[in-house]
Design a protein around this ligand. Structure first.
Ligand SMILES: *Cc1c(COP(=O)(O)O)cnc(C)c1O
Length: 400
């Protein structure tokens, strides 16, 4: 294997995060930082906040950005909403709900968890049941992962919100949209989401390094009443006009230059078009996987077609097929970087990311590379994968 970093042509990055970064974003970041008193700093932060607010369609009580990744943003929700020893309901989706729950418990809070069923989205009845069982109303929040990136399964936000309402429970409704924001529509106001947790490096087409939460008045009230000690993550400290205070220190300026440009690109394309593009491209991947699956060597991990994510597809491999060897061949021989299995799915799936700054030839190229890797590894797959993807492209008129 050559470790030469230079690969001729564009590198095909099809992990579900970090994702491909548009040239415009890279160029916007290629600038000197400003002195912190320069009014352009505030203008950049304000522009990012205004566009994030449009993107989440709500957040009356604020947007709080942190020089952090998605795990940092998880910690923001935990520290602000949960008192010490407080209780949170975390419906099981897979690796990401498990990891969030572990983080909650490491910070001295308690979880009620519902089990996850492999290949299935969250059952809203599990949420309603768990909340009804909480007769003392101890559960302060429900933390749901919208798209679990490890499984490629997306759960139904409206159905889960309805479950909280049906239980008539006052818990704060928090959605981890790290893998879905910028790829699928979400509206805090219309869907009555109290907090959205996000990060820069997936649908927002930016480098890793900014985690954020967007909150409504209810979340702000619960945060304010929470006596748990906190400092860096405390969003009330960050409710300030000055960017130095907003970031509890120096803002990550170059990332913010990039964010301003990245959000600008999303709105220039038009959010409806961005979402339609994600549906169209994910449809090509799903078509290819269905063609390959006829050989018996692989299949969709997600058993419910309507719950298949527009951001990432997890592909289950039959016993005896090593997904990590397959990935190495895809990357080293065919220049397509795909992702592997996480946590309980390690060694059982590979994942094709299809979110962010992508178009048709990029996806078709990636699918061709994956098909080549499957064949090179002798995995029994149907030969109809690429053909079905091209047919789906031709049949889909949403881009014209
Ligand atoms: C990627 C991801 C995270 C974690 O983000 P990091 O930036 O890797 O810390 C959390 N939740 C979901 C759904 C994700 O996809």
């Amino acid at each position: 294997m050559s470790t030469n970093l230079r690969i001729p042509g564009a590198r095909a990055l099809h992990s579900p995060g970090p994702t491909h970064i548009p040239d415009e974003v890279l160029a916007a970041m290629h600038r000197q930082p400003m002195d912190l008193a320069d009014p352009r700093v505030e203008a950049t932060v304000d522009a990012c906040e205004a566009d994030l607010r449009r993107l989440v369609d709500g957040a009356d009580a604020g947007i709080f950005m942190y020089a952090a990744n998605g795990h940092g943003a998880w910690e923001v929700a935990i520290e602000n909403l949960l008192p010490m020893d407080g209780l949170v309901l975390i419906p099981g989706t897979g690796h990401f709900s498990d990891q969030w729950a572990i983080q909650v418990e490491a910070l001295g809070r308690r979880t009620v968890r519902t089990p996850w069923r492999e290949g299935h989205p969250i059952d809203p009845n599990d949420i309603e049941r768990a909340l009804r069982a909480d007769v003392k109303r101890e559960i302060a929040a429900v933390f749901v992962v919208h798209t679990d990136t490890s499984s490629g399964v997306t759960s139904d936000i409206d159905a889960m919100r309805a479950a909280v309402d049906a239980a008539d429970h006052p818990a704060v409704f928090v959605v981890d949209a790290v893998a879905s924001l910028g790829a699928a529509p979400l509206s805090m106001d219309r869907q009555r989401i109290d907090v959205i947790v996000g990060a820069s490096q997936k649908g927002l087409m930016l480098p890793p390094g900014i985690g954020f939460v967007t909150i409504n008045d209810k979340a702000a009230r619960v945060g304010k009443a929470n006596p748990a000690p906190r400092f860096y993550w405390d969003w009330t400290r960050r409710a300030d006009e000055q960017s130095y205070r907003k970031f509890c220190g120096t803002p990550p300026l170059n990332l913010l230059y990039g964010m301003q440009k990245g959000l600008e690109l999303l709105f220039a394309e038009g959010l409806e078009n961005v979402f339609a593009r994600h549906r169209r491209l994910s449809g090509l991947v799903h078509a290819a996987v269905s063609g390959w699956s006829e050989g018996g060597g692989i299949d969709f991990f997600c058993r419910v077609p309507a719950a298949r994510s527009v951001s990432v597809t997890a592909v289950r491999t039959a016993p005896g097929v090593d997904p990590d060897a397959l990935r190495a061949v895809a990357r080293e021989r065919f220049q397509v970087a795909i992702a592997g299995g996480l946590g309980p799915l390690a060694g059982r799936v590979f994942r094709i990311g299809h979110l962010g700054d992508l178009n048709e030839p990029m996806i078709l190229g990636a699918l061709a590379g994956v098909e080549a890797a499957l064949l090179a590894q002798g995995v029994p797959v149907g030969r109809d994968g690429l053909r079905r993807a091209v047919d789906a492209l031709v049949a889909d008129r949403s881009g014209s």
